[in-house]
Design a protein around this ligand. Structure first.
Ligand SMILES: O[C@H]1[C@H](O)[C@@H](O)[C@H](O)[C@@H](O)[C@H]1O
Ligand SMILES: [Fe+2]
Ligand SMILES: [Fe+2]
Length: 279
């Protein structure tokens, strides 16, 4: 996939947020933000309550059952290689947003709105609170575009390998991952190479060296990188790891993080705008 970005959308000349020059802590008042995560989701519950009875519960649970059984280290490596070729289609960002609109994300216990609304609401909310960080607005607008993997033009992949929370493969599954009970049926669960805390990794190896479960985050990261994006590293980090809730919400897997990842983690906290719901 190639993404065509109009210059007005990604003109970063005046806004070069290389983190070396302007560390995030100096740029952003995380606690001073005016955005408040709403209390209730589309179904009247708190966000990300996977056990609460709702019309979505069974669908979400069934989604994670498949996701946790089929996402193995070998599978994710294969998909990354296949989709890393970026040879599926060429389109503008807006065309891509429109393509996404027909899909309902079966992993999401909170949202029942079309994806295009989610993208625009996330981008607008982040723009309201950080009006000068135009790279952050663009990041929000495109963060879920990797979900086009669901579309026939991109292989019509099943939901379990496109959406949902992501997690590292090649090491033990954390119990803090949503519906972690389903990992018992994952082929890697019993593999002696993979089922220790560090598995195939070294401590502090850096998230860049970790194979994450395959999905829209990693795909959009590959697309952005492969198209020579001018987004700063923080934008790419948000795109690549925004679904890694076990890390940025529950503090699991911190032993895999390198120093740079620790710097970047705060951007995932800024990205609370992903949990947004407006009328
Ligand atoms: O259900 C949601 C949805 O698929 C999001 O796009 C993803 O980023 C979240 O991590 C996931 O929990
Ligand atoms: Fe997402
Ligand atoms: Fe999202």
């Amino acid at each position: 996939m190639i993404v065509i970005v109009s210059e007005t959308l990604c003109n970063n000349e005046d806004n070069n947020h290389s983190n070396k020059e302007q560390p995030p802590e100096e740029n952003l008042q995380l606690d001073g933000s005016t955005f408040v995560v709403p209390e209730n989701n589309a179904f009247g519950h708190s966000f990300r309550e996977y056990d609460k009875e709702s019309e979505r519960r069974a669908t979400v649970e069934d989604f994670y059952r498949k996701n946790h059984i089929y996402q193995t280290y070998e599978f994710a490596k294969k998909k990354k290689e296949e989709y890393g070729k970026l040879d599926k289609a060429m389109m503008s960002i807006w065309e891509c947003c429109e393509l996404l609109n027909e899909f309902v994300d079966e992993s999401d216990p909170d949202l029942d709105e079309p994806q295009i609304e989610h993208l625009l609401q996330t981008a607008e909310a982040i723009r309201r609170d950080y009006p000068n960080e135009d790279w952050l607005h663009l990041t929000a607008l495109i963060h879920d575009l990797g979900k086009v993997l669901l579309h026939p033009a991109f292989g019509e992949e099943p939901q379990w390998c496109v959406v949902g929370d992501t997690f590292p493969l090649g090491c033990a599954f954390s119990e803090s991952i949503v519906h972690s009970q389903f990992f018992k049926e994952n082929a890697n669960y019993h593999s002696p190479n993979f089922n220790s805390t560090l598995g195939i990794y070294n401590e502090k190896c850096g998230l860049d060296n970790v194979t994450m479960s395959w999905g829209h985050d990693e795909y959009m990261y590959l697309v952005a990188k492969g198209n020579g994006t001018t987004l700063p590293p923080a934008g790419l980090f948000i795109i690549r790891f925004h679904s890694f809730y076990a890390l940025h919400r529950n503090g699991a897997y911190t032993y895999l993080m390198g120093d740079e990842d620790k710097e970047m983690l705060k951007w995932l906290h800024v990205f609370k705008y992903d949990l947004l719901l407006l009328d």
